[in-house]
Write a protein that binds this ligand. Structure first.
Ligand SMILES: [Zn+2]
Ligand SMILES: [Zn+2]
Length: 444
């Protein structure tokens, strides 16, 4: 199907180049729309989008095929130079469309500044609704900057943005969920935010002059729709890289590896592993400004601060109909143990704060330094905590046969002791695991 591509994959090493909006437009586009790799070839079908490889072209194909012919043979032809190419996502039809939008240049009589006024009526509804606009200046999935300057306070004015225009009150005034957005995303249920009514995507400069949309912009728009409002992470298939094949293709650029610690219900219901490697995209709440989640105190002492984050779908675990309530499907002891207080002067020494002791569900763990977290390493940390540290914490509280001070416990929490523990565990894997699983008894 995609034989027209003639790109060269040699030397492709998933480099993630940032787009410099200061570059001339022709050069901005010359990086792959899917992975940012340069050089990339112009798509020979639409000549509106660059791909570095057949793989990247194929991964865009389910969306690209919806529009490329309509893009090439757009009918009617451009009615006037003031008409700009835009993409309409109709609410009641699965197929997005290329449209022309009349953009009249208006000069402010006071300061002489010009801007464009786009005529969208009646595309967003016959009732001429108030129109809201979301500007996309950055593609979080690909780690790609389209431009900057829409915000008044932005210091750098460059590049462009995609303006999504929709009924301001679509969540309350009742139009149907947008079918073409859901269909364009390729996978049912992939669009986390509920978009209702029709939506128009236009391309604008920071100074509000409209330009023609490209099919690369279609990709950026879809990526925005796919990422907006999500807290989801996808299971990583990056954990067994095969050097012969570009495994990195499957990993979104700029994503880091995190680990999901599965709660008891997740393991029981889905048979999930206790520790699951996941890709954590840049727009995930643990990675955006004002990072969500909490740092594990123990991990600080181990020299690798870990950020823990409760997945927001906890209700699913708390109220599973027909489940024995005593089983605590949302129980996640490993996560709770990681959050134990290590301040020797605190009255909560050895306890996780209430938030990390109740209603946990699945918990995401990422390295706070933004590097990949190895799933086996986190597993080792959790075993170390259960098997070495927990007994010591108990002893420091006067339980057990050994008397310990809190200071002694604290001094034991080091990267060195973790490594020694890992070495001892090697070669007795089976035994240590069954031993480990026995602690499930306490999850009743
Ligand atoms: Zn690519
Ligand atoms: Zn194309």
């Amino acid at each position: 199907m995609l034989t027209q591509y003639s790109g060269n994959r040699q030397g492709h090493k998933a480099k993630h180049l940032y787009l410099d909006p200061a570059l001339p437009e022709s050069q901005q586009y010359a990086s792959c729309v899917m992975c940012n790799h340069r050089p990339a070839n112009l798509c020979s079908r639409c000549r509106s989008c660059y791909y570095c490889s057949k793989e990247c072209q194929e991964s865009d194909w389910s969306s690209h095929k919806l529009l490329w012919q309509k893009f090439v043979n757009q009918q009617p032809p451009r009615p006037s130079p003031s008409h700009k190419r835009a993409i309409l996502f109709p609410a009641d039809d699965e197929n997005p469309r290329m449209i022309w939008v009349l953009c009249e240049r208006i000069r402010d009589p006071d300061d002489g500044v010009t801007y464009d006024s786009a005529t969208l009526h009646p595309l967003l509804g016959p009732d001429n609704p108030f129109i809201a606009t979301s500007h996309i200046e950055h593609n979080p999935i690909r780690g790609r900057q389209l431009g900057s300057g829409i915000a008044l306070w932005a210091r750098k004015k460059a590049g462009y943005a995609i303006a999504l225009r929709y009924r301001e009150t679509f969540l309350v005034d009742g139009p149907l969920p947008n079918r073409s957005i859901m269909a364009s995303a390729g996978i049912v249920g992939a669009v986390p935010h509920k978009w209702c009514g029709s939506v128009v995507a236009m391309r604008t400069t920071w100074s509000e002059h409209y330009e023609d949309m490209t099919l690369a912009d279609f990709r950026h728009t879809l990526d925005f729709l796919l990422s907006y409002g999500t807290t989801e992470t996808k299971q990583s298939n990056f954990s067994s890289p095969s050097p012969s094949h570009g495994q990195s293709q499957s990993r979104p650029p700029m994503a880091i590896r995190g680990v999901m610690i599965s709660c008891y219900g997740e393991r029981k219901l889905h048979g999930s592993d206790r520790f699951v490697a996941v890709d954590v995209p840049t727009h995930h709440p643990t990675r955006t400004v004002g990072k969500s989640g909490s740092i594990s105190p123990i991990s600080r002492h181990l020299g690798m601060p870990l950020r823990l984050y409760k997945y927001p779908d906890i209700e699913r675990w708390i109220d599973i109909p027909g489940w024995n309530r005593n089983l605590c499907p949302e129980s996640n002891q490993d996560a709770a143990f990681l959050m134990m207080e290590t301040d020797t002067k605190s009255s909560s020494w050895g306890f996780a704060p209430l938030y990390w002791n109740t209603q946990l569900g699945n918990v995401l763990v990422v390295r706070d330094d933004g590097k990949d977290l190895d799933v086996d390493h986190l597993g080792a940390i959790c075993r170390f905590v259960r098997k070495r540290l927990l007994p010591m914490f108990e002893e420091s509280d006067g339980f057990g046969s050994v008397q310990r001070t809190r200071k002694e416990v604290l001094e034991f929490i080091t990267a060195d002791n973790l490594e020694k523990f890992k070495e001892m565990q090697m070669g007795c894997g089976d035994e240590s695991d069954s031993d480990y699983l026995d602690t499930e008894v306490f999850e009743n």
